[in-house]
Design a protein around this ligand. Structure first.
Ligand code: C2O
Ligand code: CU
Ligand code: CU
Length: 489
């Protein structure tokens, strides 16, 4: 059965984010911004087709090899494959079991999942389940790689509430290129609470991973660190595709799978998106979001109600994030092609979370500063509190069971960053000294931190002991060194 789920992502730019100011996002892409080719007519040699000429696929749902005794067992091979991303062209990609876009695993809270990965590549890999609460042995730490030809079994106990998680490669220094070339997949964890709600389900619940890429003249993925010329937008692995929908409500699970790009998403008819979940699952209540911002690694689930439109309507999901709008301004087009019954609805209250004032008292306040070289050197370095990643160093030690406040600052003037902690879902208390907006009020594992900004997070470390990493999830930056290790003991 191919179920569709959607990962809608984004943060609201409703607050008039500085996102759109020219140059604001120059950061990792500053040089590229200056060398962008003009958005002139397409060259005959351009392998990327005009917008909306391919259909957006829904990623395949993996079936467990066995499913008994409360455990679902999967076996996957990590291998090279050829994908038809651009019409008539075979593009070499790195995949989980040959799938591009990456496959989907469905899981249920309280039920264990075992994934046995065989490494069919010629380089080491590590598989990280982003957003999951797992012991260190199954976290996919950057140094905990397995060799070509070797296999590794990851155990996911799923002792956490529903959430749209994703898995991706995390091999030290290679994570950015591996993810860019395709090593990602969705892991959709559900629970009784989520299942009890009348939200759109089945084929009306569609995961959509959006990302950018650069193709060379042969239609192959070109990778260079901090490349500002990744101007082809892919939705579920196809360039600016169309997607045929019925005139009813859909849940789209949006994931920003880019290495650097920030998206600012809107619907072309001007109606707001209805965001109902973020990284760590449902928000307390749905939020109308005119512009949904989504930094790399963040997820947002949105509801779009196509019943307002007659059959034949075409709606474009647009991107007003940094970049040349002629190149990156369109993500995908929804074509309303039929009517359909719609028994779904979106409750006004989706879940309850403790208010900020009721969170466990924090024992410690920490200051984390993210930065990278901005002086245009060819090989920029990334830093956390002034130091590049050193896997042999424990940067932060926290007490098991305690809660802490982490104040995370982007010390750069032009480069945006974001911040991701393994192991935990945290709460965003403040952004720039003001209470976080409604789209960031749920459980989060990744949060954007724009140039000069500080976000204040509340984190509780009560799940597992051991060593985990935190880093900027603009993966070109983490590969440059913007990563550090925390130990729970
Ligand atoms: Cu998705 Cu260490 O990250
Ligand atoms: Cu992670
Ligand atoms: Cu960064």
């Amino acid at each position: 059965m191919i179920t569709r789920r959607s990962v809608l992502g984004g943060a609201v730019a409703a607050a008039g984010l500085p996102l759109l100011a020219p140059g604001t996002f120059a950061g990792g892409e500053a040089h590229a911004a200056r060398t962008l080719p003009p958005a002139g007519p397409r060259r005959a040699s351009d392998p990327v087709p005009p917008a909306f000429s391919t259909a957006m696929p829904v990623p395949p749902v993996l079936r467990p090899l066995s499913s008994s005794g409360g455990v679902d067992v999967y076996e996957l091979t990590i291998r090279r494959a050829r994908a038809q991303i651009l019409p008539g062209t075979a593009t070499e990609v790195l995949t989980y079991d040959g799938h591009f876009p990456g496959p989907v695993i469905h899981a249920r809270s309280g039920r264990r999942v075992l994934v046995r990965h065989r490494n069919g590549l010629d380089m080491p890999v590590s598989v990280h389940l982003h957003g999951a609460s797992v012991p260190p042995s199954s976290d996919g730490n950057p140094m905990d790689v397995f060799a070509p030809g070797a296999s590794r079994t990851y155990v996911y106990t799923n002792r956490q509430p529903h959430a749209s998680l994703w898995f991706h490669d995390h091999a030290h220094h290679m994570e950015a290129e591996h993810v860019y070339r395709g090593l990602t997949g969705s892991y959709l964890l559900t629970d009784d609470l989520e299942q009890s709600l009348p939200l759109p389900k089945g084929q009306y619940d569609v995961p959509i991973t959006i990302r950018d890429a650069r193709f060379d003249e042969n239609g192959q993925l070109a990778y260079t660190m901090a490349d500002r010329n990744r101007t082809t937008i892919l939705a579920n692995g196809r360039p600016t595709p169309y997607f045929r929908v019925a005139a009813r409500k859909y849940r789209f699970r949006l994931l920003n799978g880019s290495n650097l790009r920030l998206f600012a998403l809107s619907l072309s008819d001007g109606t707001p998106l209805t965001q109902m979940a973020s990284d760590g699952g449902l928000l307390e209540r749905p939020v109308a979001v005119p512009v949904l911002t989504l930094s790399p690694g963040e997820r947002a689930d949105v509801i779009v109600d196509f019943s307002r439109h007659r059959v034949g309507t075409r709606l474009v999901l647009t991107n007003s994030g940094p970049g040349n709008p002629a190149q990156i301004g369109k993500v995908l087009r929804f074509d309303v092609v039929r009517t359909a019954d719609d028994p779904s609805s979106v409750p006004r209250v989706l879940r309850t979370l403790p208010p900020a004032a009721a969170l466990p008292k924090a024992a410690v306040t920490r200051h984390i500063e993210l930065s990278m070289d901005e002086d245009g050197r060819p090989d920029p370095r990334g830093f956390v509190n002034g130091q590049m990643f050193d896997p042999d160093r424990i940067d932060t030690t926290v007490a098991f069971g305690s809660s802490e406040i982490w104040q995370v600052t982007n010390a750069n003037k032009r480069v945006p960053h974001n911040f991701h902690l393994h192991l935990v879902q945290f709460r965003v208390l403040e952004r720039g000294g003001k209470p976080a907006g409604p789209t960031e009020a749920g459980l989060k594992d990744t949060v954007r931190v724009l140039p000069g900004e500080t976000v204040k997070l509340h984190v509780t470390f009560d799940a597992f002991r051991g060593d985990y990493v935190y880093h900027c999830h603009m993966l070109d930056h983490s590969a440059m060194g913007m990563m550090a290790t925390f130990r729970v003991r």
